[in-house]
Design a protein. Sequence first.
Length: 236
Amino acid sequence: MGIFDSTVHLWTTYHATLVFRDKLMGGIPKDPKIIEGWLGKKVGISDQEEMRMMALRTLVELGYEVPADATYAQMREAVESLAGVKQTEGFKQCEGGLYQESRTVKAMLKEVTNILFAGDRWGVTKKGPQKFLAERVFVNPDKILLQRSEPDGIYTFIGHVEDKNGRRATLAYIEYAETPTLEFDVQVARDAVKPEDWALIWAHAQDNGLGSKRSQGFGRFDIEGWEEVPYGHCGH
């Protein structure tokens, strides 16, 4: 705490509870070996022939032309010849388990504010709403726990890209948390955002979503709690 925290009443704090309707997708780039190891542990495949068949099936799904009796060496050669791209994304982890960074929640609030109120002017300074909110609204804690020690699953995205090197298959592994509940505090300097504007912001944010792959419909939620925290109960 700062030396003036107990002498000024600057912050109004709201406790938010978000309940996700489906999957919250991780968006932090990770070492592919980490996710491949997790997949191997969950699938529990130890038989080499079964592993080979699963790898072959994945290659076929990606659009590679490989014979049914292809060896690992041949499959590797097929992948390298087509310059396949593999991306892996997931969640950060701390002693408390997987977590969502508070900065992503603030980024969501700024984005929605800009969508709904671009062109308006807020406050006596007549600033743009997005900048006005960014300077006065803060999300705590920095690490918003997902209440789990590992992801609920890995989602595989298969697609294709085309550039100067030709058409290439893409494979993305994304960790996800199934219908998690996130709880955090939103601190607002001098309670500067109107209640009716918060209602609009959260109503839009629910369907705009949080996390990665929102364009695919992931990350949507319902806000099931938005309560003002009594002054003195939140450390400010």
